[in-house]
Design a protein around this ligand. Structure first.
Ligand code: PLP
Length: 407
């Protein structure tokens, strides 16, 4: 008799976005005239740069001619895109094209990579966290039992990211040694980015304990301050212990087109019962077996993001979102709400006023000001008392939302 993979039953239902949608629809039904401003979304709103669309159109045209038609492509991605990545994103960092794997999303990559490691590997995630890191390990059977009392899984190592540690957990705060360490910088949801000094502490720790860092840099393009690494490979020794994930989603508006990549350095070798194994070879084997690659057409679109016109369009988009972030941050400061992030990231993480619970503040914003955000507790128990606003909305609406809060 076939039985289900019981690990899936350990997943906690995520009611976050469905509850938000339900509350907003109910409110809108009762108040049809209410002009609701949505600052909760994690999706981009700016259109895709014209140069990208033109490249996609040209690539699509190639498909109708037998001389230029392409069928199955390399699962790891086409060299034309990998070369652009190496030249532009890893200039002087010594990354080779065979270390770059093109994929359909940083979500898929951060979720799939868990397959490469021992089921008993001890996993450290931040609390609050981008939920994919946690849930993919739960599905894989690494999390143990869920404890209803504290909202945590018994085998997961939680690293609290709160005001106390500037939302930057460090190795010295750990009580147990993890084998896999997730670091997301700039961070979703807190919007805080890790500086080189702190990142080096993690790289040194991973080297010392033979752990692996899974470094999610999906929001790297939003970094503006000096001293914040754009890639973990800027840190000496990281190529021995870190896998890096990047995405075109939030930079070039690829959330619907789908293209991302991860870097698995040749230098990473990990123990098995038999011999040391190259993680790069293992990931290659995994991808060639289970993944068909990103479509040629979309990879040509991603390639166009590296043209001068593409780079400028991306800079303009990021500038637009970051202006929104500034408007939100200044708006919150004016009404004396403490807010973090929003400088090197599109996310603003605010401390709810008067110690309100995250969901109480959600209701207040919706009902009194007709503004929608995301309750921090939805990202983990340590997010209680915090609230996430995003800069991905429309400029005028963002401005208006802050005006409403001032009144
Ligand atoms: N990583 C983080 C931290 C994210 O916030 C997101 C999307 O919201 C992703 C990865 C997913 O990126 P992609 O669209 O490439 O799957």
């Amino acid at each position: 008799m076939i039985r289900i993979n019981e690990n899936f039953l350990k997943l906690q239902d995520s009611y976050l976005f469905s509850t938000i949608n339900k509350k907003v629809s109910e409110y809108q039904e009762k108040n049809p005239k209410a002009d609701i401003i949505r600052l909760g979304i994690g999706d981009v709103t700016r259109p895709i740069p014209a140069v990208v669309i033109e490249a996609i159109e040209r690539a699509a045209d190639e498909m109708k001619d037998s001389a230029t038609f392409r069928g199955y492509g390399p699962e790891q991605g086409y060299d034309f895109l990998k070369e652009k990545i190496v030249q532009n994103d890893y200039k002087d960092l010594g990354i080779n094209t065979n270390e770059v794997f093109i994929s359909d999303g940083a979500k898929c990559d951060t979720g799939n990579i868990v397959e490469l490691f021992d089921t008993d590997a001890k996993v450290a995630i931040t609390d609050p966290v981008y939920p994919v890191y946690l849930d993919s390990n739960v599905m894989y059977g690494r999390a143990g039992k869920f404890n209803e009392d504290n909202g945590q899984y018994e085998k997961i190592i939680y690293m609290n990211a709160t005001e106390k540690n500037n939302f930057t957990p460090l190795p010295e705060e750990l009580e147990k040694v993890p084998d896999l360490i997730y670091i997301c910088s700039p961070n979703n949801p807190t919007g805080v980015a890790m500086n080189a000094e702190n990142l080096k502490k993690w790289v040194d720790f991973a080297k010392q304990h033979k752990s692996i860092i899974l470094f999610d840099a999906a929001y790297e393009a939003f970094i503006e301050e000096d001293g914040i690494p754009h890639s973990i490979y800027e840190i000496e020794g990281a190529k021995k212990v870190a896998i890096e994930f990047k995405s075109y989603s939030k930079t070039a508006g690829f959330t619907g087109l789908r293209c991302a990549y991860c870097v698995v350095p040749n230098e990473i070798e990990i123990e098995s019962s038999k011999w040391k194994v190259s993680l790069n070879k293992l990931w290659n084997r995994r991808q060639t077996t289970k993944f068909n690659g990103v479509s040629y057409i979309i990879q040509r679109g991603a390639e166009a993001t590296y043209t001068e016109e593409g780079k400028k369009a991306i800079r303009d988009n990021i500038f637009y979102y970051k202006e929104n972030a500034k408007i939100i941050k200044h708006g919150l400061e004016k009404i004396e709400i403490k807010a973090y992030g929003g400088i090197n990231s599109p996310y603003i993480w605010l401390k709810t006023p008067n110690n309100m619970k995250s969901w109480e503040y959600f209701d207040l914003l919706l009902e009194k000001y007709n503004i929608v955000g995301t309750p921090g507790v939805g990202f983990g128990p340590s997010g209680e008392g915090y609230f996430r606003l995003t800069a991905f909305g429309d400029r005028e609406k963002t401005f208006e939302a802050m005006e409403r809060l001032r009144l």
